[in-house]
Write a protein that binds this ligand. Sequence first.
Ligand code: DC
Length: 218
Amino acid sequence: MTVPVLTIDGPSGAGKGTVSRAVARKLDWNYLDSGSIYRSLAVAALVAGVDINDEPSVTAVAEEMKLAFDCGDELTVFLNGENITSQLPLESTAKVASIVAAWPEVRRVLLQKQRDFKVLPGLVADGRDMGTVVFPEATIKVFLTASAEERALRRYKQLKEKGIDANLAQITCEIEERDRRDSERASAPLKIAEDAVLIDSSSMSIESVIAEVLALFP
Ligand code: DC
């Protein structure tokens, strides 16, 4: 039986996580937050003390790391048995994630880990290359974006709510730098799948984005 997949790709802070989680809950489908896998690898590489600019070393860490996900109301992630959830939202983790994610061998190793999430009754997959590389066969593909200023503001509020110290100007710079790195890398860059529906959430409420995504279902 074919497993239906909805992919939601786009840059950091476009609202992919919130929208994907809400849609998955509504449909009672599984949810893959692929960014959390790259963020977990960033934590694993830092714990292992490897040079993040050395592809073979980072690939070895990706091959050996054991990840377990607890998808309750909030995602909890265990790396080799240790709860690393609180380290995942940090900007420092995001930056390293974006660097290690550029290595083709790393992406190859993480491909199957992501495809393993595709089980009945269906999957909502959120990331950068869900519709282009990981699940090109997806039933419905969405590319969710928003202006860099709006995304920075959302990330700033998110971090503040979590009690994490944040600086808006710095976040804007970091988001622009990450966008550039994610879009310009040779391996699986951030780009719109040919058959994706583009949604610009800059001036939309999260509820209207969720409604627009759900309306794509026949
Ligand atoms: O979605 P996020 O901000 O949690 O992702 C963190 C980094 O991981 C992002 O800068 C690039 C990388 N990433 C990726 O290369 N491919 C994905 N499918 C998801 C994330």
